[in-house]
Write a protein that binds this ligand. Structure first.
Ligand code: SF4
Length: 617
């Protein structure tokens, strides 16, 4: 029976320089579907408890989904590993064309074990798998590595996942750059790649991706595209990209300003979509098969930072390297973002770390090196820190490259008051004081402080839920809404859909596309149960690593300091708020008081008796 799976995984052993393929198990497809689902189960099975994330025992995996590389709109891929930054489960999603190429080469996933004795890159050309010496490519930035490897293998159409210097030096929030402008950004997958002496994965394939019922699939994809075309929310992304969220976030009082001291920035419009367009906009771009086309290409054309091509800066980077640092020249923010991309640092964590460092310097806790000013509004100070964290040239850079959690542990207890992270992952750019549901989303996200596992801001601001308006500032009821969101998103992340397409595509259309592609007949409720299974699987990994209720918490600033101004002036997420929401959340999830899934929950989800994936290269 034809389906949209390619039928095998590629297992690579870098230590012994071998590789082989194994069939994609039917039980894995049935219970976990693909993408995040495969990642959640295989990380649990392949990485024993307590393994150092930067040791050869950790694995690095790349998964497309069952709809990637088909006509289904906006399907992507993910990197999955144990995070060196948090010690938790980590998945990090990326667009572009690398995911489709993995399937064209014939694989449902690539699983990388071990550590190469010397720097290498992997060249996968359909069935041919070569582990090649990286030579002088080691030491280059992520974009240079991409170009050099394509030249060396003489394949300009190959797709690449590469690390920059930050990954080589194992900065704990190093990213993987997929092609030139798509990143698996969060949580330090690039540091894991660096720890394996793996500079890049280059891949090219020539296979067709089949579907079970082409006619029904075509109809389902057309339906999904029509829904996207009619979606006002998708249209916002098409028009302005995510940078259009900057003025909105400021208006509703969630935009971080000066290391989240407050959540309102009087100059926010300068770094929003309109502000950026004046200086940067060139044209539109898109990931493979995406009708939304949220990407906006740009170039800095004037001023000190002119003459480089870049994406227009996305919301999270604009906020965390812009308003959070009190920097409002969009050209400077684009420059800082570009540096992060080239050296291979997660721009979100970089913004959080630099904000922390600026505040620590202004409080006299850290000293700036001679000739460097570490202060809010100082672009050169931010630039200095990005370089020093990527290259680890001095003690300050080495310390900060470990993230704010570790840095504050070294610098002293008082700095924890403004170390903005959850489980070690620097917070996203949606301040939760005044929006407690978003706070709960950060507390419970499986990879640490993350906004993409359940975006609660709309409900926190009074949107309707099941036909009833949600009351602002209330903690009651938030857990139930969030759990529904988390389950659905985890379920559709098994398809590795883009979060923005999910704003338009209905659960019915996701189900119709999956049914027609795979022959597994599912309905619109399917993703809720699938997502719940996946969410519990990632929780099992985190609990095994020692993460319990004490870790499901928010940074002190959100808990102790009320907002001094803005729409939510006087608000915080208190200890009592967190206690209530946490207990409610665990109760609905079927977890015990420490946040461990109860046996009855695991039995209901089929996780107690799931087979174990034991294949090794
Ligand atoms: S909406 Fe944007 S990020 Fe998502 S798939 Fe389309 S172009 Fe890529």
């Amino acid at each position: 029976m034809a389906d949209s799976y390619m039928g095998k995984f590629l297992l690579v052993d870098l230590t012994n320089e071998t590789s082989r393929t194994v069939p994609t198990p039917q039980w894995l497809k049935d219970q976990f579907v693909g993408g995040k689902g495969f990642g959640a189960k295989l990380l649990y099975d392949l990485v024993p408890k307590g393994v150092d994330a930067l040791s050869p025992e950790n694995v690095l995996m790349f998964f497309p989904g069952p709809l990637t590389a088909t006509a289904a709109p906006s399907m992507r891929a993910c990197a999955v590993t144990k995070s060196p930054l948090t010690g938790t489960y980590l998945d990090s999603f990326f667009g572009g064309r690398l995911g489709p190429e993995i399937k064209y080469a014939g694989y449902d996933g690539i699983i990388i074990f071990g550590k190469a004795p010397k720097p290498v890159y992997l060249w996968i050309n359909d069935d041919q798998v070569e582990i090649r010496p990286a030579g002088t490519i080691w030491g280059t930035n992520a974009l240079e590595a991409n170009a050099l490897i394509k030249e060396e293998i003489n394949e300009p159409d190959a797709m690449l996942a590469a690390i920059g210097q930050a990954g080589e030096n194992q900065a704990l929030f190093a990213l993987i750059c997929c092609e030139y402008n798509r990143q698996a950004g969060r949580g330090g997958a690039g540091a894991v790649m660096g720890s394996k002496n793996l500079k890049a994965v280059a891949i090219k394939g020539s296979r067709l991706v089949k579907v079970h019922d082409p006619e029904a699939f075509d109809k389902a994809c057309k339906g999904a595209c029509e829904e996207i075309a009619l979606s006002a929310e998708c249209a916002t992304y098409t028009d302005g990209g995510t940078s259009s969220a900057v003025p909105w976030s400021n208006e509703i009082g969630t935009l971080p300003y000066k290391n989240y001291y407050t959540q309102s920035d009087p100059q926010a419009d300068k770094i929003g979509d309109e502000g950026q367009k004046k200086h940067l906009f060139l044209g539109k771009a898109a990931c493979f098969g995406c009708p939304i086309r949220c990407s906006q290409m740009g170039a800095v054309r004037t001023g000190k930072y002119s003459h480089f091509i870049t994406d227009i800066v996305e919301y999270e980077s604009a906020a965390l390297l812009g308003s959070n640092l009190d920097i409002h020249d969009p050209r400077a923010v684009a420059h800082l973002t570009k540096l992060c991309d080239e050296y291979g640092l997660d721009s979100m964590s970089a913004g959080g770390v630099i904000g922390f460092a600026f505040e620590a310097a202004e409080r006299g806790v850290i000293q700036a090196p001679d000739g460097v000013v570490l202060a809010f509004g100082n672009v050169q100070g931010a630039e200095y820190l990005i370089k020093s964290m990527a290259f680890q040239e001095d003690d300050l850079g080495r310390l900060l490259s470990q993230g704010v959690k570790r840095a504050s542990a070294v610098l002293g207890k008082q700095t924890m008051d403004y170390a903005m992270h959850v489980k070690g992952l620097e917070c996203p750019a949606w301040g939760p004081r005044g929006t407690p549901g978003m706070g709960l989303a950060y507390m419970t996200a499986d990879r640490g402080g993350c906004h993409q596992r359940g975006f609660m801001i709309g409900y926190d601001m009074g949107d309707e839920y099941n036909g009833e308006p949600v009351e602002m500032y209330q903690t009651k009821g938030r857990a139930g809404i969030l759990i529904e969101l988390q389950n659905f998103l985890a379920g559709t992340d098994a398809l590795v859909k883009c979060d923005f397409s999910q704003c338009g595509v209905s659960p019915e259309s996701f189900a119709a596309m999956l049914s027609a592609a795979t022959g597994r007949q599912v309905d619109e409720d399917y993703f809720d149960l699938l997502g719940e299974r996946i969410w519990n699987q990632t929780r099992m990994f985190n609990v095994r690593e020692g993460f319990l209720a004490k870790d499901d918490t928010l940074p002190r600033r959100f808990v102790k300091q009320v907002l001094p101004d803005g729409p939510h002036k006087g608000h915080r997420v208190s200890e009592a708020d967190m206690d209530y929401m946490r207990r409610d959340y665990y109760n609905i999830r079927g977890w015990d008081e420490e946040g461990r899934p109860e046996n009855v929950t695991l039995q209901r989800l089929g996780l107690d008796k799931a087979p174990v994936f034991k294949e090794r290269p």
